[in-house]
Ligand binder design. Structure first.
Ligand SMILES: [Zn+2]
Length: 325
């Protein structure tokens, strides 16, 4: 938390927290709009799902407590006691963390507590709290930059926010209601249709391979569903935000703003791998490798195909497209 204070004061662009809060709210609205037009959910399930989105709480960037010096002093006392002795500082930090955890035993859960250091580069959805968290560590390029135009902000961070929201409606998140309780809250008909649609993603991603190793479509199912929902939700949110205006494009780049939205998404997952890494990673990682996070989600996107005018029945515009959220 002390490091987070320094990071917030010296690195995070002023206004980032407000900018991200606004984007997250636009993402929720876009997801609700898409739900209201959904064709496979029955009216009761649809209404409950819209409520669930409205009930999601969020933690953005850093906790407000970090501006309180006393709070930080109490948090760092055990480390400060071993000032200059780096090994003992680390040991004290672990002891302190474990003691704090044990003290929570038997007490009510505090849902607003920050469980991960805000400087970590990550965002996540917690189905048990129906909450999503965007740590300040991820509010940097290639995910976000305060000076970017909206098509970059929504193509990169917007998709991340849409991805986390969609986790509330993936194969696991769908089982938890608007209060994070594991209970049946959809009608049986909607659950059956949902399961049928998820199978399309399992089959699609199972066909992808890198260095001769196939992606496990079952293992990566939830993350792939979240990527697909994330792109569609963020594109709609971006369109809602710009309204009827046409944002200025980039100088010397022969791409229009809508195309640059998708370029920003691709840029996020631009990565290189060794065959050895992929062989091991595909067995354990619930995320598909970067290139297929992009290819998989965009080849299911009608908006991508029409924006780039992809010919029918081509690799990025197949006639069979998986669609859920
Ligand atoms: Zn995810």
């Amino acid at each position: 938390m002390t490091v987070s204070r320094l990071y917030t004061d010296y690195v995070l662009a002023p206004g980032t927290k407000d900018n991200i809060s606004e984007m997250v709210s636009q993402i929720k609205t876009a997801f609700q709009e898409r739900l209201s037009k959904n064709l496979f959910l029955d009216p009761v399930t649809k209404q409950r799902s819209i409520w669930k989105v409205g009930n999601i709480s969020q933690m953005i960037a850093y906790p407000d407590e970090i501006s309180d010096n006393n709070y930080l002093f109490n948090k760092s006392t055990s480390v400060a006691q071993a000032s200059g002795q780096y090994f003992m500082s680390a040991v004290n930090h672990v002891i302190n963390g474990n003691t704090e955890n044990l003290q929570k035993l038997g007490k009510p859960v505090v849902k607003t507590e920050w469980e991960i250091a805000p400087t970590v580069v990550n965002a996540y959805y917690e189905p048990l709290y129906n909450e999503f968290v965007f740590l300040e560590g991820i509010l940097n390029s290639p995910f976000f930059d305060a000076g970017w135009p909206d098509y970059f902000k929504y193509g990169a961070f917007g998709v991340v926010a849409g991805h986390e929201l969609t986790h509330g409606f993936d194969d696991q998140g769908q089982q938890y209601n608007q209060d994070g309780v594991l209970t049946p809250w959809w009608t049986n008909t909607s659950v059956a249709k949902f399961k049928n649609k998820t199978k399309c993603f399992v089959d699609q991603y199972s066909q992808y391979s890198m260095f001769g190793y196939h992606i496990n479509g079952e293992l990566t199912q939830g993350e792939n569903i979240a990527d697909n929902g994330g792109v569609k939700t963020a594109f709609q949110a971006y369109k809602n935000v710009i309204g009827t205006t046409t944002p200025p494009s980039l100088p010397s780049v022969d791409l229009n703003p809508d195309q640059l939205f998708f370029v920003a998404f691709g840029q996020v997952w631009c990565s290189l791998f060794s065959p050895q890494f992929i062989a091991s990673n595909l067995k354990t990682n619930p995320h598909s490798p970067g290139p297929y996070r992009v290819i998989g989600a965009l080849s299911n996107s009608e908006e991508f195909s029409s924006t780039f005018k992809c010919a029918d029945n081509t690799r990025m515009n197949p006639s069979k497209k998986c669609d859920l959220w």
